[in-house]
Design a binder for this molecule. Structure first.
Ligand SMILES: [Zn+2]
Length: 659
């Protein structure tokens, strides 16, 4: 099957790429095209010539008008030289719109791409690029659990495949410092280590994680890079970081060049023409690669459904200005702690209206500190105050920048909302500004926090103007596709419906449907100048992590917790004589989470009777295998409870042997 695909793709490739051809896409009408008869005199029109042999021109032939036709104007003579330039221009369009003829179609080199996270889900991004002998990873991120994963704080991708190809891995490439791109690094580095390549901010943030996990020594794997320079990683990879705009500073797209050609991985991006720091996306480098001929584009699909261009980070400023201008009391602003440009703008407008700034919340404090230490942002030191100094200032002189925009129960803002924060209690004239959006799944906790805040008398501002997304909408995705002009397109970062929609956009922008593949985690795709195909599936999944101790929680623990939460638990103690398998005391049953307390006794009694009946009929020797006896007990209780309650609780038999 795979071979068949290859065959088809090769044929395809020959027809589309051995020579430039604009017909490769579905937009023939939009492109210059030699077959387009409307633009030039149609030889068929001569068949409509009148009796005098004169052509009738462009008007439809109509017998009634025959006599009038002789008064029609003669067609303008064609300037053959001009016409030859039309052909030359059409040729130039073909060349620029389809640069893939520049790829070496005779090359047998190929690259394999395997997502180990980030597809079919939002977050947990990790992508493997492999040649015959070497591999690099792009990003090693984490994701968040759903509500069924009790006691689990974060999810880390399953590293099984990385263990398999460990000896091939020559480096890790980091695109940006968001948790879903670097959050799993310490967990990987406790097990295996490779050189890490990235710009300073992501490396500083990873360094912090290494410190927290007591693996400081792994900072020695850092290789800071300069954007626009090309780095050789291993023997097979050349990588260039290109500056990108996103909701965190110092983000990049990467161009990965191997013998098979160049693959562009956008990382997370939006196109912000007026970023706060003035560092626009490096569209020129993307265009440079696009001009050279790009083998494949892997592009961010998060906002695939959004038809409206994503707003500039700078557009949030005026809305914040209006809020500060009107605020009568303290302002408490909460946003994602990694969005330093948002925090920077909030501080800027707070200071403008004479406020001192108090930063509260561990991740917020740490991120602002790193951004200042590495000179990404500059603030005068004297604008900051500590939490215990707030009371020395009047309410109108205070801006509190804090975490908790998602209503996280451990966050500073949430603790303030329920009156449990050491330094800050919510007051009636406080204004809470939530400068963020609800991450899907967090709506409930945000709403809960809003109730607390408003009950305490505070007013809350959370309008659309005070937040912009960090991800490309359809229009920006189109710009990326047109700049890079890839031969093959792999939409990444997103659930299936997001990548599916991004495929549509890819097709609108000239990538043929057969050259687009929708990947899911674990699918390995092989890309060569002549073809792209799925070759195999590798093991993927999630490892559960308890954040309190940074340790893994085994899968069976989470399964047990799910069972306990949904169906309850039954515990039983039976006492049997080990010599003759006779019951020596009545069985005892206790249940939790199955029936209300007042029915507990009666329900336990029923089961005790069932067990007693079973034990009375125990055969001699049954007791020799207690494991089998436990299983039998489990089964009869399970049957009984299912019949009565339609539940499958956790059943814990305990056998006491007496002699
Ligand atoms: Zn991101």
């Amino acid at each position: 099957m795979a071979e068949e695909n290859q065959e088809t793709e090769q044929k395809t490739a020959q027809s589309t790429d051995s020579k430039p051809n604009t017909n490769r896409n579905n937009n023939n009408n939009r492109r210059p095209n030699n077959n387009n008869n409307n633009r030039k005199p149609n030889p068929n029109q001569n068949r409509n010539a009148n009796k005098d042999g004169k052509p009738t021109g462009n008007k439809p032939n109509n017998n009634k008008n025959k006599n009038r036709n002789r008064h029609r104007r003669q067609p303008t003579p064609v300037d053959e030289n001009l016409k030859s330039f039309v052909v030359k221009n059409q040729e130039a369009h073909k060349q620029r719109l389809n640069p893939h003829y520049k790829l070496d179609l005779n090359s047998t080199a190929k690259i394999r791409v395997t997502p180990l996270g980030g597809l079919g889900e939002i977050g947990g991004n990790i992508m493997v690029f492999e040649t015959e002998k070497e591999a690099i990873l792009v990003d090693v991120g984490m994701s968040f659990p759903d509500e069924t994963m009790h006691g689990v704080d974060i999810l880390v991708p399953d590293f099984s495949y990385l263990r398999e190809i460990k000896d091939k891995i020559v480096g890790i490439v980091i695109t940006h410092a968001h948790e879903d791109h670097i959050g799993a690094m310490p967990y990987l580095y406790k097990e295996m280590q490779f050189p890490i390549y990235g710009t300073p901010l992501p490396l500083a943030m990873i360094g912090n994680k290494f410190d927290e996990h007591h693996i400081k020594e792994h900072r020695k794997y850092f290789n800071p890079i300069v954007k626009r320079e090309i780095y050789k990683i291993g023997n097979d990879f050349e990588v260039e970081w290109m500056h990108m705009t996103h909701s965190i500073l110092d983000s990049s797209s990467v161009a990965i060049t191997t013998e098979a050609g160049t693959v562009i991985h956008t990382g997370d991006f939006k196109i912000d023409y007026t970023p706060v720091d003035g560092y626009t996306a490096d569209l020129h480098r993307l265009a440079y690669y696009g001009e050279k001929g790009v083998l494949a584009l892997l592009s961010d699909s998060t906002n695939s459904h959004n038809p409206i261009a994503t707003g500039s980070e700078l557009s949030v400023g005026p809305a914040l200005d209006r809020i500060f201008a009107k605020a009568e009391g303290r302002v408490l602003l909460s946003t994602f702690s990694s969005n330093i440009h948002r925090v920077q703008q909030a501080i800027q407008y707070g200071v403008k209206y004479g406020r001192k700034v108090c930063v509260i919340g561990r991740s917020m404090e740490r991120n602002i500190e790193i951004a200042m230490q590495y000179d990404y942002v500059r603030f005068a030191k004297n604008i900051f105050i500590d939490a215990d100094e707030i009371s020395r200032y009047s309410d109108k002189e205070v801006l509190i920048v804090t975490t908790g925009s998602q209503g996280e129960p451990n966050s500073a803002l949430f603790r303030m909302s329920i009156g449990e924060h050491r330094h800050v209690k919510i007051k009636p004239n406080d204004l809470i500004v939530l400068s963020s959006r609800a991450i899907p799944g967090n709506e409930g906790s945000i709403s809960g926090m809003l109730n607390h805040l408003q009950r305490a008398g505070a007013s809350v501002a959370m309008s659309k103007e005070i937040h912009v997304s960090g991800h490309a909408s359809i229009e920006e995705q189109k710009l990326m596709l047109r700049l890079v002009n890839p031969k093959f397109f792999l939409p990444i970062h997103g659930e299936y419906n997001h990548v599916m929609k991004h495929r549509e956009t890819g097709m609108m922008c000239g990538v043929p449907e057969r050259n687009i593949l929708l990947m899911t985690d674990g699918e390995q795709i092989e890309i060569a100048p002549k073809y792209m195909r799925k070759v195999k599936t590798v093991k993927t999944g999630k490892t559960y992590i308890d954040n309190q101790n940074n340790h893994q929680i085994e899968d069976d623990i989470v399964l047990d917790r799910q069972k306990l939460a949904s169906d309850g638990v039954v515990m039983m103690v039976v006492q049997v004589d080990g010599n003759n398998s006779k019951m020596t005391a009545k069985p005892k049953v206790t249940t939790f989470g199955i029936v209300p307390d007042k029915q507990d006794k009666a329900f336990a009694k029923e089961m005790e009777d069932v067990i007693e009946h079973f034990l009375l009929h125990l055969k001699d020797g049954a007791i020799e295998n207690t494991r089998a006896l436990e299983n039998d007990l489990r089964q009869i209780v399970r049957k009984h409870i299912y019949r009565k309650m339609k539940k499958y609780p956790l059943i814990v038999p305990h056998i006491l042997l007496v002699s």
